[in-house]
Design a protein around this ligand. Structure first.
Ligand code: UD1
Length: 430
């Protein structure tokens, strides 16, 4: 079993260049299905979730060429709808985007019920409601979601009771070619939605309002290929910022859009951390001592649920008691059991964790239960005195490129130990 070993207690100093956003790359790569022409996507984070999606496209008939460590060329001229391999698609939440893209281009789609991180119930009813509003029929059969239409899809108003990133993405993908205008109300406003709309408009789509809660999609007759660069990953950036605040030191995250991180930045400042915001960078300076703060996750621009586990871990060492409420995924607190093994004082009731800060914690074997919880385990290990062993790190590799190398470059004593007896060390710089 691959694992990460961390000798904690060393402050972090230096600069981390942030890569492209996984949660943008998934919809943008899926959107390539909508055109038969070639698209080149740059600033792609080659994490395991993205590699899986590219594998699914290739297995369905797309030509996929890796141009560099961050660029990929995709041509979906010969892609076949309803042909994503179950064993691959079942591993990835983002495979649900094949539904909207294939329905939009071919009028039919079928995908095995998607997997992804286990962070609580993740239904697809809003997605199906959106497809039906456009005139498609949806069924769940033999563990697959099947969507089809016998006539042209028609633009309509789609209203979501609750903001959903995935359902907003699928509504956009399915309506790009629909006749007339589709209005998506109570749409998600996340930067990844804006990225998808900008990419599709560069291919010839007519989408306005992305980044607001009302998005209008005027159907077009065809899309062409284009070259597009994915926006920076605000969650990767936020993870290094929170790590620096927790462990102490001075870390600058570069190649970012600071606006995307406002909710995280504001909470760090409220906790008493020194934060400097530049035009495309943020510097976090910390002595490892800070105040307790309360957090409640909300859709963007609120505090992201994808930063909840990392921030909760930071608050385990705060002066005072914090309350963390997850309004998006109420049961996203499995990682708390791991933290309490180290001596952290956290109790969870319903969708709220009450965290009583302690000065320091010891070490314990830590397991990653999901992607962001995995990043939280690394932060806990970096702060704990002594050696920690982290397992289940395939979860971390779903969404972080070179996390071990990046922390090592900041001065952490961290190494990746590969299975099969072979040990690969990254150089701990101090
Ligand atoms: C996406 C992100 C994930 C992030 C989440 C919230 C990707 C690949 N994943 O997940 O990292 O944590 O947004 O920012 O981009 N819901 C329903 N019915 C539906 C769809 C959603 O009830 O059909 C509910 C969910 O249970 C949840 C809320 O809506 O409570 C928001 O979920 P959603 O925004 O759809 O999350 P994902 O798109 O799955």
């Amino acid at each position: 079993m691959d694992k990460i070993i961390v000798n904690g207690g060393k402050p972090l100093y230096g600069t981390v260049a942030i890569g492209g956003m996984k949660n943008s790359a998934l919809p943008v790569i899926s959107a390539c299905i909508l055109t038969g022409e070639t698209c080149i996507i740059d600033n792609v984070p080659m994490v395991s979730d993205i590699k899986l999606l590219l594998e699914i496209l290739a297995a369905s008939g797309a030509e996929v060429k890796i141009l560099s460590s961050t660029s990929v060329q995709i041509n979906c001229k010969n892609i076949q709808p309803c042909s994503s391999p179950d064993d691959l698609a079942s591993q990835l939440r983002g495979s649900s985007y094949l539904l909207g893209a294939e329905l939009g281009r071919f009028g039919e789609a079928s995908v095995i019920l998607p997997g992804g991180c286990s962070i609580g119930s993740r239904p697809l009813d809003f997605h199906m409601k959106a497809f039906e509003a456009l005139g498609a029929q949806c069924h769940i059969r033999n563990g697959h979601i099947e969507v089809e239409t016998t006539e042209e899809l028609r633009g309509n108003t789609i209203f979501f009771d609750k903001v959903s990133v995935g359902a907003t993405v699928n509504s956009i993908l399915a309506s790009v070619y629909a006749e007339g205008t589709t209005v998506i109300e109570n749409a998600a406003r996340e930067p990844h939605i804006v990225d998808l709309a900008v990419f599709l408009n560069a291919c010839g789509a007519n989408i306005t309002g992305a980044g607001t809660s009302v998005i209008k999609v005027k159907g077009v007759k065809e899309l062409h290929g284009c070259r597009y660069s994915i926006a920076p990953d605000m969650i990767e950036a936020g993870t290094y910022m929170v790590a620096a605040a927790t462990v102490g030191g001075r870390v600058t995250v570069t190649n970012i859009i600071p606006k995307h991180l406002e909710s995280v930045t504001n909470k760090l400042i409220e906790a008493g951390i020194n934060v400097t915001v530049g035009d495309s960078y943020i510097t976090v300076e910390s002595c490892g001592k800070y105040k307790a703060v309360d957090i409640a996750t909300q859709p963007y621009p609120g505090f992201p649920t994808d930063m909840q586990a990392q921030f909760s871990t930071m608050l385990c060492y705060a002066q005072g008691t914090s309350k963390v409420t997850d309004n998006i995924f109420p049961s996203r607190f499995r990682f708390v059991d791991e933290l309490t093994k180290t001596g952290a004082n956290v109790s969870v009731e319903s969708n709220t964790a009450v965290i009583k800060g302690v000065e320091s914690t010891g070490c314990a074997p830590l397991t990653c239960h999901d992607l962001r919880a995995g990043a939280a385990m690394v932060i806990a290990a970096l702060r704990s005195e002594g050696a920690s062993e982290i397992t289940g790190i395939d979860k971390i590799q779903r969404g972080y490129v070179n996390i071990v190398e990046k922390f090592a470059a900041l001065g952490a004593d961290i190494k990746l130990v590969m299975d099969m007896g072979s040990v690969s060390y990254t150089s701990a710089t101090n």
